[in-house]
Ligand binder design. Sequence first.
Ligand SMILES: Nc1ncnc2c1ncn2[C@@H]1O[C@H](COP(=O)(O)OP(=O)(O)OP(=O)(O)O)[C@@H](O)[C@H]1O
Ligand SMILES: [Mg+2]
Length: 496
Amino acid sequence: MGKEILKMANICKSFAGTQVLHDVNFDLRAGEVHALMGANGAGKSTLMKVLAGVYLPDSGTIAHNGRVIPLKGTVHDAQLDGIAMVFQELNILPHLSVLENIFIANEIVNKGIYDWKAMRKRAREVMDEVGVDFDLDARAGDLPVATQQMIEITRALNLNSNVIIFDEPTSSLTMQETDILFALIGHLKEKGVGMVYITHRMSEVYQICDRITLLRDGRLVFSDDIANVDNQRLLAGIVGSENTNQFPEKYHHEGEVIFEAKNVTSKGLYEDVSFQLKDGEILGFAGLAGAGRTEIAKTIFGCYNLDEGELLFEGKKLDVKNPVDAVRQGIGYVSEDRKVEGILAVRPIRENMSLPSMMTLGKGLHIRNNQEKDGVNKLIDSLKIKTTGMEQKIENLSGGNQQKVCLAKWLMTNSKLLLLDEPTRGVDVGARADFYQLIQDLVKQHIGVIVISSEEDELIGLCNRIIVMREGKKVGEFNEDEKNLKEKMLKLMLDI
Ligand SMILES: Nc1ncnc2c1ncn2[C@@H]1O[C@H](COP(=O)(O)OP(=O)(O)OP(=O)(O)O)[C@@H](O)[C@H]1O
Ligand SMILES: [Mg+2]
């Protein structure tokens, strides 16, 4: 392992009087991948934003390349110093081109004007070195998330950063995209770049990280070599107790068919898909990104039209014209992309949670307000949402806690069918267990639940039946008791 290139000492940080980091120490060596782990709201993103210059700490020091750096709390200073961060919620300016995004605030200037030719050449060099390729003239916002992330990494490398922070980089990547990212991380390691890797996925930590630092409630729990940290110690450290059983017992009751898709096709999205959802069961959808799972869910939610086939809800032909219509008919959809579709960032938790239920709560304003507050508080409690209160703006919650609010808003409606698209993305292992329990409870109350997930273990742990999709087609369907289920699912998903 290389020499120490970074040392953060006794970092403290408060927001509006609430201390979220308490005397945290963290160090990084050249060529290491250092995992930063901990429950939602533990302070991971905040600690790294202090490092990246987004926040000024209340106290503490940061030494980089053996020199204590003056802290000004601007990203630009940190970047010039060679510290770059790929944010949990990516930081691309969607209306600008890829090239403009790579050089933003760092343009090459020649005789007082921007030298786009030189920038284009430099961008190509970095891309070649990294082994990525994308259209520099494309509008960044039109590109898939994985490409946007690669653009951010290219930007970091262009600045010759020797410290790169990845905040949950794989949470919106497919399996292949993750492989590409890991190859890139391996390459950067060889070049001696030190990397901080924030994730909730244990398997990734064991796959690519050299050391682990664990935070709980803003305090350092331990920092240790990966060889000394087994799964049990890690889980116990994150959850803060020995109880690390993730999946609750499944509910077994097969009732009437609640929902049915009969040979549905939406041209260009999916083709000839049929399935049934019965009362008392959880139905899972496995597949890679682009397999058509999200599109089917969004069709049920009124976002796309059917070209062929029909959908039946409680025995009647489903006719939803748009999402509002879908909510009125008792259908809820938790989006995989909370940034675009899920939240009103600058509005309080209370409003975010009660938005869909406003259409179904009681009529009188007074009753509505009380019902609303009761409901919101109950859910903050049961999902253990880490917040200063229901009036806190959602953008000030940690990533995982924002996701919990997205779930909660559908739990507040009286939905009869819930479509959950990657519901636990970014949610820590402890909170997942609570959430899984909640889902099992909903099913007992005769609410139909469909779960789309790119984590096979989650589908297997939660669902009674799993449908596998590939390239817009249904390619398999399994019961929970199928032998070697994971292997069979993967084979079908990947077509191997
Ligand atoms: N700008 C802010 N204003 C107020 N509170 C904030 C702000 N940013 C973070 N917090 C609070 O600080 C705490 C730590 O949040 P942080 O985002 O660092 O958590 P995290 O460990 O990254 O969690 P996750 O795994 O959910 O992403 C949370 O309680 C959060 O609500
Ligand atoms: Mg975070």
